[in-house]
Write a protein that binds this ligand. Structure first.
Ligand code: ATP
Ligand code: MG
Length: 583
């Protein structure tokens, strides 16, 4: 491809709306353009990256036994009513009506459609196990679409669904997918970690998320420095620490004027935050509930939601809190609360002489004894775990990192096969429900995650396996016939060897071309300049290295071919080449 023919509109300025690096760079380097909030066009460079990722995904899904299909984006409401999700999916579901006033939605995920395919086409145990997948646009009307491709409203996902005879079969399919995902992200050149994850409000099912490690990640994970334990903090269990024993004192009310935060009250009373009981009020479906954690801890809403078995959980409004306690949130506590369930973190159980709000403005209670001074409805693990705490498996110190969820594998069990009656007949003629798993990869999010992880102040540094092109050739002066001819010669030779090359044929200063090359992030840059005239050598620079090598053109082509072949194994290497080989 000659650069002058490529639609790669690079921008010098950082677009104002872009908060994270991947969003900024993908816009600036001309990979994507916003169409509307959370909805993007992939320009030629962006499309090539998407195709590379898709090709890796496709190859690994096929290897694991997946069969590719393409399901409809527009899905009938009836099917979603059968599964019960039409009413519970809420505002994230894009809903629409046809000219006959029939209701439809745009698929956010395809469990319903694929289970319908299975129930109408699979009858016998002989047809199982079965793995069906597709790569397609998904639609979710996210509350906060942001960070460019990271959280879109229209995005590209690979979703695979497994159907097995029983739980043991599901275990095998799950393991296969877990391994396939590991290979996919390795081949994409990403630093990632599979972590134990939350399976939704009411589940007990096994699930792992695949996290690309990056500062800008929305998820926080903890991992063990000595064993292979790793989990999303949403579910990582907190081992309660014992509070130091002391003799209980009589509860008393103290004045704490204008001290409404834990930090203020600890300072005011000269007590450490561990002595405080943090009291939070939540609206859990139709019920108001109370949750307690120690003053130095943070409440984990997912754990609370599970303990209470709530479908929806959100912080109660200040008015509701006042209605129940008679006080504003800064002065509330569990003592004297009636007709409300109090959930407490395990660490509250052993607290002695604790401090909490007195449910009276300007006052706190000291020397509060849990169980004696207030009743807890249920104890549980309700807090966020932090770095440095013991690993739940081996007790070594945990470390924390931020991650971008690029994929998730999930044991569904019979949730959908039961609702939609997807059954098969076993060898004894008995009908059984199919046992299902679902497995998603965010293809467009993976592209953004790769940029988050691989960039510098000049631009993107694509891993070779998913780079839009492997090589850019920069003749330092296009009007110089010798340099131009040599550039074209290398260009043609590399193309012959199925290397994807851009020839920067613009009549621009070399500095401008180098800037664009760094911004776009080609892994390999070849410069044809005066050294060629003097010594017959051209310059080779890898994007992720500082060093420059000088090679003659035969050495150069061999070097590049070798590098591309070793870093990019598989049929998918030339997928873009096949699609876009015209110059
Ligand atoms: P999140 O928690 O980030 O909202 P999710 O758990 O709802 O994601 P899944 O239903 O597990 O997402 O979807 C499978 C994959 O699709 C995710 O791992 C992620 O990579 C990708 N994905 C989900 N939502 C979006 C989105 N709004 N934009 C881009 N990719 C997404
Ligand atoms: Mg997920």
């Amino acid at each position: 491809m000659y650069f002058s023919n490529l639609l790669a509109p690079t921008l010098r300025e950082i677009p104002a709306e872009a908060e994270v690096v991947s969003h900024q760079l993908l816009l600036r380097a001309g990979f994507i353009r916003k169409s509307s909030s959370g909805i993007y066009t992939y320009l030629p460079l962006g499309m090539r990256v998407i195709q590379k990722i898709e090709a890796i995904v496709r190859e690994e899904m096929n290897k694991a036994g997946g069969q590719e299909i393409l399901m409809p984006i527009v899905q009938a409401a009836e099917l979603w009513r059968e599964s019960g999700r039409w009413d519970v999916y809420g505002k994230e579901l894009f809903r629409l009506r046809d000219r006959h006033d029939r209701e439809f939605c745009l698929g956010p995920t395809h469990e319903e459609v694929v289970t319908d395919i299975a129930r109408t086409n699979v009858y016998s145990y002989r047809q199982l196990p079965l793995m069906l997948y597709q790569i397609q646009n998904k639609y979710r009307d996210e509350r906060r679409p942001r960070f460019g491709l990271m959280r879109g409203r229209e995005f590209i996902m690979k979703d695979l669904y497994s159907f097995d005879r029983d739980e043991a079969g599901l275990d095998v399919s799950y393991q296969k997918m877990y391994e396939a995902y590991t290979t996919v992200f390795k081949r994409c050149g990403l630093d990632f970690r599979p972590v134990e994850a939350d399976s939704g409000a009411i589940g007990g099912n096994v699930t792992h998320e695949f996290m690309v490690i990056a500062e800008s990640g929305e998820a926080e994970i903890v991992y063990c420095s000595s064993c292979d334990y790793a989990a999303n903090v949403e579910i990582a269990p907190g081992l309660p620490t014992e509070n130091p024993p002391e003799s209980p004192q009589e509860m008393a009310k103290v004045a704490t004027p204008d001290q409404t935060t834990i930090a203020q009250v600890t300072e005011f009373l000269k007590l450490p935050p561990q002595k405080f009981i943090k009291t939070l009020f939540y609206q859990a479906d139709d019920e108001l509930i109370v949750a307690l954690v120690r003053g130095d801890r943070n409440l984990n809403e997912i754990k609370l939601q599970k303990l209470h078995r709530a479908l929806n959980l959100e912080l109660a409004s200040a008015e509701k809190v006042k209605e129940l306690t008679g006080s504003q949130p800064g002065y509330v506590g569990p003592v004297g609360l009636k007709k409300v369930k109090i959930y407490a973190d395990e660490e509250i159980r052993t607290m002695v002489n604790a401090v909490c709000g007195a449910n009276e403005e300007g006052y706190h209670l000291i020397n509060v004894q849990p169980e004696k001074d207030f009743q807890v409805f249920a104890y549980g693990d309700l807090r966020f775990i932090e770095a440095g705490e013991p690993c739940p498996r081996c007790r070594a110190a945990l470390q924390s990192a931020r991650g971008i969820e690029v994929g998730q594998v999930f044991k569904l069990g019979t949730k959908y096969s039961q609702a939609l009656e997807a059954k098969y007949v076993d060898e004894n003629g008995k009908e059984n429900l199919m046992v299902m798993g679902c497995y998603g990869i965010g293809v467009s999010r993976t592209m953004a995650a790769a940029v988050e992880q691989n960039h510098d102040e000049h631009g993107i540094i694509w891993p070779l396996s998913i780079a839009p092109y492997h090589v850019v050739i920069v003749p330092v002066a296009v009007e110089d016939e010798v340099l131009w001819e040599e550039s074209v010669k290398i260009y043609q030779e590399l193309q012959k060897r199925k290397i994807e090359v851009v020839l920067d044929d613009r009549d621009e200063r070399p500095g401008v071309k180098f800037k664009d090359a760094d911004l776009i992030g080609y892994p390999i840059r070849v410069t044809v300049g005066k050294k060629f005239k003097e010594e017959g050598k051209v310059e080779l620079k890898l994007r992720h290295e500082k060093d420059i090598r000088f090679l003659d053109d035969a050495e150069l082509c061999n070097f590049v071919e070798q590098l591309v072949t070793t870093r990019c194994e598989g049929d998918w290497r030339h997928v873009c080449y096949r699609h876009y080989s015209s110059v």
